[in-house]
Design a binder for this molecule. Structure first.
Ligand SMILES: Cc1cc2nc3c(=O)[nH]c(=O)nc-3n(C[C@H](O)[C@H](O)[C@H](O)COP(=O)(O)O)c2cc1C
Length: 188
């Protein structure tokens, strides 16, 4: 089993990373870490897009531009650690998923133009923490869940969060403990 850990956290004392580490301690398998801030994953500009198009056309899955898509497609379990930023997630996360969403690697289209998934994973955990309450103002998890369902073919997407951490007077420790208890319940 392989657990692909996509770490979009950037702060040294990231609460999202702490929660994701707790979740990962419960999972079996070899953990493959992708620390996005150290990876230098670039957006698809004209040059990279054309490089990727030729790699896809030639089915050159060893090409470096398809590295993240191939890795994502082959993972058994995926954990995404993604702090809640500006009602969604950071551009690091967006650029990563832009690179991963590659026709012929993580998904493809049938003859009627309907996308179908090509990813091995049956489950993706989306771990986030927020300064306030997310309520229904979520443009982050919902988007990744839709990518999983509509494109990647990953049927189970689990949302794990700790919210209200930056509210004045918040008891950060107990909010985090509660979030960890919710993780425990997933493995009872
Ligand atoms: C750039 C930036 C944008 C943020 N945007 C929001 C937001 O829209 N809503 C919110 O509730 N908190 C927001 N926050 C607060 C973070 O969600 C909160 O501090 C979170 O716990 C940070 O995760 P971390 O400890 O893993 O870095 C933002 C923080 C930063 C740095």
């Amino acid at each position: 089993m392989s657990v692909l850990f996509i770490n979009g956290c950037v702060r040294e004392k990231s609460r999202t990373k702490a929660l994701a580490d707790y979740l990962i301690s419960k999972l079996d398998g070899e953990v493959i870490r992708v620390d996005l801030q150290n990876e230098n994953i670039a957006p698809l500009d004209a040059q990279r897009l054309s490089e990727r198009d030729s790699a896809l056309l030639n089915k050159d899955t060893k090409h470096k531009i398809l590295k993240y898509a191939v890795q994502f497609s082959n993972a058994d379990i995926i954990v995404v650690a993604s702090p809640f930023w500006d009602l969604s997630f950071s551009s690091l996360i967006k650029v990563y998923f832009e690179n991963v969403t590659a026709v012929g690697v993580t998904f493809d289209y049938d003859k009627n133009g309907i996308p179908f998934g090509m990813c091995k994973a049956k489950k993706l955990y989306y771990v986030t923490t927020a300064g306030g309450q997310i309520f229904n103002k979520d443009f982050g998890y919902g988007y990744i869940r839709e990518l999983c369902r509509s494109f990647y073919g990953i049927p189970q997407v689990e949302f794990i969060s700790a919210q209200g951490l930056d509210i004045i007077g918040a008891d950060v420790e107990s909010i985090m403990d509660e979030a960890k208890k919710n993780i425990d319940k997933l493995f009872d």
